[in-house]
Ligand binder design. Sequence first.
Ligand code: HEM
Length: 442
Amino acid sequence: MLRPQGRLPPGPRRPAPLQLAEWAFRPLPFLRMCARRFGDAFTVKLPRFGNFVYVSAPELLKQIFTAPADQLMAGKANYILEPLVGKSSVLLLDGADHLRQRRLLLPPFHGERMQAYARLMQEITLASVERWPVGEPFSLHPYMQAITLDVILRAVFGLDEGAQMRAFAARLVSLFKPRPFLFAFLPDWMREIPGSPYQKFMLQRAEIDRELYALIDERRRAGDAAERTDILSLLLSARDEDGRPMSDEELRDELMTMIAAGHETTATALSWAFERILATPEVAARLDGELRTPPADPAELGKLPYLDATVKETLRLRPIIPIVVRQVQRELALGPWRLPAGSYAVPCIWLTQHRADLFPDPERFQPERFVGTRPDPYQWLPFGGGARRCIGMAFAQFEMTVVLGTVLSRARLRLDGPPVEVVRRSITFAPSGGTRVVRDRV
Ligand code: HEM
């Protein structure tokens, strides 16, 4: 029998501030409890925002990811990123503007193009491994952050290694430190206070913007975009359907978007990959076998089936971003429920990828699940879905295979310290302690 129509799915009854506190501070027990009690879809009430409908059934996820772009909007739900990425960022746009920007951005990120960055990614990884301590414990995460930032600055921005790039990287890292998306919640009068953290952030941002605009200008003048492989150069030659290029402001905002969306995410995913591999001896042994004679061309690392499956299984078991959010503009019929305008449809990546009916023995780290198969986009969705799916999906997975393959075939690592737990780091779910390891002498 169908449930009655015309209402939101059930959910916890406790007051909204308590639900927010649970989602913020005990997210996994909270999600598990809701899934156990309410099943495929449940409504969480959050102060200020209202009804968030968390969804984990593939058929419902398909409905969300294929809904018309003017019915469910993501840009509106991402507004907290505005202070960092700017209002022209693809993350903040909706409708026709979003589609235009996405069409301009997608070609340079096409799967096959990633091969061009393999050597660079390997070189950056090798230089990092050189600096890792031997025989004493350390956290992998800061090294992963440095690797993924360097990869973006060199492969995406096309910067050359050197003192200037180091100084720029350091400025970017300090810009991201105060969790800039919190500034979106500040009332206008607080933004005006001289010397406040917001004002300091704006000064730092202005300095970085000057450098970004200078870089864009220099690249435009050089007129050598056709010979270059970096993504900024490809974007400089991109034209929309009316033959229009991207404006300087759009380019600036997308460069910041790629750092904001692509740096910490990939670093955290790599920290998880090392953690899961080192905690699962049978997986480590099988990878060891596949990497015994590492390919001379690092691009070939992307084609090793078990390594590729290990990346996919890491992103299944430990998705970095647990949910994506769409704001409902017109009432949405979702299975037996109806979501009114103003509520939010929330594909829950974490719960979907931990369902025992989709992934038997779901807590087990078992890359074999993905050997020789293509994941179903409504069951495996670490990069979100539909017309908003992550633009860097191929880039990030390729980078992960190159970094993992390069490190595992050169350094002998083992986990150190207490078992690693899932902890929230702003909007990501990260490994506690940043994956502490010891590198053994060989
Ligand atoms: C393991 C690493 C990464 C993960 C887990 C990840 C995950 C995600 C997720 C969940 C979304 C939201 C999708 C949705 O709303 O349906 C997203 C969007 C996006 N990501 Fe990634 N991402 C990663 C790496 C990257 C990289 C390396 C880049 C670029 C250099 C990138 C650029 C973007 C952009 C531009 C969007 C916005 C797409 C749009 O709104 O149309 N991401 N990512």
